[in-house]
Design a protein. Sequence first.
Length: 139
Amino acid sequence: MSRSRKQNHGARPPSQRQLRAAELVRHALVEIIAREEFRDPALQGVAITIGEVRSSPDLRHANIFCSALGKSGKAEMEEIAEALNRAASFLRGRLGREIAMKFTPQLHFIPDLSYDEAADMSEVFRRAEVARDLDPEDE
């Protein structure tokens, strides 16, 4: 089963507590990733962005949607997410020093492909046959 950014229709929306915790984790991780030097070759010289963090109801797990600036392609994004998952215990240790939460969540990095999907959609809308159908002047 593939994880995605789409919400389950039967699931309840996240609570304010989950949203605050997730945003706290996101801000701290952005700072940690920006200043740390990684030994993993997949992470060296890569500018990583954290698009979203989703926290579990008990705040013990965090799904982190990540992408790399300048990288495209599902395979490259998955490689970066795998490298971040290998470094998750290191990042969790750093995160525990940065945030004031009862528990430091387990980190699960997931490639964020939404930027590529948006670029693909923009490309489709720019095609002549699609633009012709979208032009309101022809009516």
